[in-house]
Design a protein around this ligand. Structure first.
Ligand code: PMP
Length: 355
């Protein structure tokens, strides 16, 4: 018995947990400052935690009503029909749903380089092919329709990440519109807004009124602080009414996840605080770090440090974990998530020390 030939597939390697890193460094995990995964330093909404406590008894049954309730809540939030909300296990799950719904064998997708790796992994799992468009560090990873169209060759889907991971750059809606206008009717432009809450620019959902070739990805992992629960969703064109039931994993989000996400969705205070904190943090880093940075609309900042691997390792010895961007093809950059004010200040001080 053997698997299909997976030699072309890059393995997914999760980041190491705090406990493992702390054990290796011989320090208490509570002393680590982890700024490598764009998680929320303020944790989850207390209402979400309370919702989990209250629903702990109900985990023996499938999340029939909670799944439907969360979809209804999100449809109301975005002023869309319920069929347009595709709930999934993280935004990652929605990327898979889009691959399933869109890709015939050998269909191609176009994704940013550098960029979020799962777009390409998911397409390959679904027998698709992957092409890339370049975002140029020398232009601060500027995202324009023109630069994407230079690489476009009729792909079935184009992924745009706005704010972009790992740079934090955004693509203006006018550019998304130009891109969608210039591509074939059968090309879907997917705007991944995993970090959308932190940006000051409007969501691409605004384009839904005028067109049906744009989809949006959102997640509860970042501004809502629920990364461990795995809840995300896609917002899709109106005329895809029955497609979700044909591609979804049954009850992709668990009972606890759905109840917590619904509670988090209406806890404006917590989400506002998280957004404020990220905006303060990214400005603080850019102002105080002694190295070139990119303007970021996310909860992280990309910093050009020279030797990313050496800097990441030196910081690790100070108990500060940042993301070495070598795996993004950026061996001179690290990406630093905004922490609490105290954590962000400590990280900047440590970075300046090791530079
Ligand atoms: N898109 C981007 C750009 C991301 O950075 C991430 C996670 N870091 C995701 C999607 C997936 O997020 P999740 O599955 O946790 O919702």
């Amino acid at each position: 018995m053997h698997t299909r030939d997976l030699s072309d597939h890059s393995p997914y390697v999760p980041g190491r947990g705090d406990e493992e890193v702390a054990r290796e460094l011989g320090i208490d995990p509570a002393e680590l400052i982890t700024l490598s995964s764009n998680e929320n330093p303020h944790g989850a909404s207390p209402d979400a935690v309370e919702a989990i406590r209250e629903s702990a008894e109900s985990i023996s049954v499938y999340p029939k009503s909670s799944h439907a309730d969360l979809i209804a809540g999100l449809a109301e939030e975005w002023d869309l029909a319920e069929e347009q909300v595709w709930l999934s296990a993280g935004a990652d799950g929605s990327i898979d749903y889009l691959s399933r719904a869109m890709l015939e064998p050998d269909d191609r997708i176009l994704i940013p380089d550098p960029g979020f790796a799962y777009y390409g992994m998911s397409a390959r799992y679904h027998h698709g092919e992957v092409a890339t468009y370049d975002l140029d560090p020398a232009d601060d990873f500027e995202q324009t329709a023109e630069s994407i169209l230079d690489a476009y060759a009729g792909e079935r889907m184009i992924y745009v990440t706005s704010p972009h991971n790992p740079s934090g750059s955004v693509m203006d809606l006018s550019e998304v519109r130009l891109l969608a206008d210039a591509t074939a009717e059968e090309t879907l432009v997917v705007v991944d807004e995993a970090y959308g809450e932190f940006a000051e620019t409007p969501s691409a959902v605004e384009l839904f009124e005028e067109r049906d070739d744009v989809a949006v990805l959102r997640t509860f992992s970042k501004a809502y602080g629920l990364a461990g629960l795995r809840v995300g969703y896609a917002l899709v064109p109106e005329d895809w009414a029955d497609a979700y039931a044909r591609v979804n994993t049954p009850f992709a989000a668990s009972e606890l996840a759905c109840r917590a996400a619904l509670a988090a969705l209406v806890d404006d205070e917590h989400v506002e605080r998280s957004i404020e904190s990220a905006r303060w943090g990214r400005e603080y880093v850019r102002e105080h770090v002694d190295a070139p940075t990119v303007e970021s609309a996310g909860n992280f900042v990309l910093i050009e440090v020279g030797d990313a691997e050496a800097v990441t390792e030196a910081l690790q010895h100070e108990g500060i974990i940042v993301r070495d961007c070598t795996s993004f093809g950026l061996p001179e950059h690290v990406r630093v998530t905004t922490g609490t004010r105290e954590e962000t200040r400590a990280a900047v001080e440590a970075i300046n020390d090791v530079l």
